[in-house]
Design a protein around this ligand. Structure first.
Ligand SMILES: O=C(O)CCC(=O)C(=O)O
Length: 286
């Protein structure tokens, strides 16, 4: 197993403590009771979301890596949310609900929570939901926008493995993407093939209903849904010039180059980037 220690858990945090001990220190934390007074804490379940938004059409994404001209973020299926949840209940665990904007698509849900007064300036137009079934995995990645994220969790358990941005050199980062190499298994690492994984030091969080996980900007995260569950991400866009620059570079340059090259070159472009992820990372530890 990759070396890892538990993410700190606290029941509550003052704004001052959050800002000094976690935000400024760029350190993840699970806050258990920040959702205590939210109606969502009592109300939100798969059945409730079905009742409020079950008839909405949603795009769903699978875990297959990008191949040929297909981008990983192209939806694998579209269906009504209630049918998707019914599939999860029957054991589906590959299709994921990803970045579903509840303000735009299911505004009734927005009444059920409030933005924590914790020192972050949350971007209130983008409360987004993620969902998956028992066994669903989210590939190791970092968020393109370098936001501070509050991942507010509901339903069954979910496990998150995090790595600080300083460890990017050992992450088998695929050039022009925001992910690690698809073949790297962070639960069962192959140290012979991927020796740099031995140098990683992760932080693991187990999320229960009502917990909020703070993910600092640029942190890598890999997620395993241990039960059917869903999370709402609240995000605060970067304020530091360094992170604003990285966000703009990702959004404007990296994504466009990747999109264009995939259209022009297809699979050889993917193969080149995957080869580079392995050779560059392995070289760093030789
Ligand atoms: O919980 C999930 O399914 C994905 C969440 C995530 O990766 C994110 O907020 O960046």
């Amino acid at each position: 197993m990759i070396k890892q220690s538990p993410v700190e858990r606290v029941e509550n945090l003052t704004k001052k403590d959050f800002m000094t001990q976690y935000k400024q220190a760029e350190k993840p934390v699970v806050i258990e009771n920040l959702t205590k007074d939210w109606p969502a804490r009592k109300k939100w379940s798969i059945d409730y979301i079905k009742e409020v938004a079950g008839h909405n059409m949603v795009s769903l994404y699978d875990s297959k890596p990008s191949t040929d001209y297909r981008h990983q973020y192209d939806p694998a299926a579209k269906m009504q949310l209630k049918n998707y949840f019914a599939m999860l209940e029957q054991g589906e665990n590959d299709l994921r609900l990803f970045f579903y904007n509840i303000l735009a698509e299911a505004p009734e849900l927005v009444k059920d929570f409030s933005y924590p007064e914790i020192g972050l300036r949350f971007f209130k137009k983008l409360p987004v939901l993620f969902a998956g079934g028992k066994g669903t995995k989210v590939q190791m990645h970092f968020d393109i926008d370098y936001a501070d994220i509050f991942l507010c969790h509901f339903g069954g358990k979910k496990r998150v493995l995090l790595f600080s941005p300083e460890q990017t050199r050992y992450m088998y980062h695929v050039p022009f993407s925001f992910s690690s190499l698809f073949d790297v298994d962070f639960d069962c690492p192959d140290y012979e093939k991927y020796p740099a994984l031995q140098y990683l030091q992760g932080e693991a969080a187990q999320l229960n209903h009502g917990d909020i996980l703070y993910i600092p900007p640029g942190y890598w995260h890999y997620i395993v849904y241990e039960d059917i569950s869903f999370s709402m991400a609240l995000r605060a866009f970067p304020a530091k010039p360094k992170n604003i620059f990285k966000m703009l570079k990702n959004l404007i340059f990296i994504r466009s180059i990747e999109g264009l090259m995939r259209k022009i070159a297809g699979q050889p472009w993917n193969d080149r980037n995957e080869r580079l992820a392995v050779s560059r990372t392995n070289q760093r530890v030789q």
